[in-house]
Write a protein of this length. Structure first.
Length: 343
């Protein structure tokens, strides 16, 4: 088995990588590389590119291949990147487009394709299953439960039972932001009896509890965990996220959990509500992430490809409030920023 597959099953911190744009909307490869270097030095176990946080619109601006190629080349160059580091490429669009993106991602050295359901509208569940099988013949698939508020759709539990039977489906990201739908996926995972299938939380509104829950619905089955996280929230304050995840893994080994974890979960969810602009149905989600990185110097602006996608009224003030909780990380970033920004 490839080292990255062992790493995937072990569970990792995987940030969903933002797009580095200047204030005039031009892509900045220099800042894109700096951002990835930040993640590497923060100790992440993988990266996801071309996903929702990278902005699905990159495909309409001719940036999908350049961004993936830029990051792949950097990962090849960085001595700190070991063979177990997981490279994930977002796949999105019509079936024909997704197949083309899967071939490109595989050729660029990406290990898995995160198959977004945002292009599945109008397809039946049976058609999506077949489409996933087609993609899985090109590149191993990272399945994806994406919440409808940002382009996803709801699925039946039977869909997840069928999906988990696809041999080259190696992982599932659950970003349903819905407990019932999250449990559907974990029930399907348990029923699959596949030890080689990993589930990652993408529920930025419930990160800690997702990772601390042993899911067991049948007494004869072994409990299953969400082994790691592939998250937009972990695209910021990432060094802290890595430290938090290490503590979570240790807590899993304990017979009883300290109830302080409930308080930590509430605090992290409250911060995510600000960053993702939950009050406005997530309309400021990507700008919120970008704004934090802009203030730290890692991005040249908080600009999105869609100029109408910007911070909501009052969101900047709320970011002022919560970023005071992360002064240590901001100081660490300032100490390394010049190095990361080098060509």
């Amino acid at each position: 088995m490839e080292p990255w597959r062992d790493s995937l099953l072990e569970g990792q911190v995987i940030p969903a990588c933002p797009l580095a744009l200047t204030q005039t909307g031009e892509w900045s490869p220099r800042h894109q590389r700096a951002l990835v270097r930040y993640y590497l030095d923060a100790g992440v176990g993988g990266i996801a590119v071309g996903v929702h946080t990278t902005q699905f619109e990159i495909r309409n601006h001719g940036l999908y291949e350049p961004v993936l190629r830029c990051i792949s080349n950097l990962l090849d160059e960085e001595a700190s990147t070991q063979k177990q580091f997981i490279r994930i490429a977002g796949l999105c669009g019509s079936p024909e487009q997704v197949v083309a993106e899967a071939k490109l991602a595989a050729n660029l050295g990406f290990h898995l394709g995160l198959l977004s359901p945002s292009g599945f509208h109008g397809l039946s569940e049976a058609e999506i299953i077949q489409h996933t099988k087609d993609v899985a013949e090109i590149i191993p698939v990272f399945g994806f439960y994406l919440q409808p508020a940002v382009g996803g759709r709801s699925f039946s539990i039977d869909y997840w039972h069928q999906l988990t039977q696809i041999k080259n489906l190696l992982a599932i990201k659950v970003a349903a932001f819905n407990r019932y739908q999250t449990i559907d996926v974990m029930r399907a995972l348990e029923a699959s009896k596949r030890p080689d299938l990993a589930v990652y939380t993408g529920n930025d509104d419930q990160i800690i509890l997702d990772l601390l829950t042993a899911y067991q619905f049948n007494r004869s089955s072994e409990p299953r965990w969400m082994v790691g996280g592939l998250l937009g929230q972990w695209a910021i304050w990432t060094r802290e996220a890595v430290k938090l995840f290490e503590k979570i893994k240790q807590a899993r080994l304990q017979e009883r959990l300290d109830r302080d974890w409930l308080n930590q979960n509430a605090k992290l969810t409250a911060e995510n509500a600000v960053i993702f602009d939950a009050q406005n149905q997530f309309s400021g989600c990507i700008p919120g992430i970008n704004e934090v990185l802009r203030r730290q110097g890692l991005l040249p602006s908080s600009r999105c490809l869609n100029i109408n996608e910007c911070l909501s009224l009052g969101q900047s003030d709320e970011i002022d409030r919560i970023e005071k909780n992360h002064l240590e990380e901001s100081s660490w970033i300032r100490a390394h920023l010049d190095k990361w920004l080098q060509p």
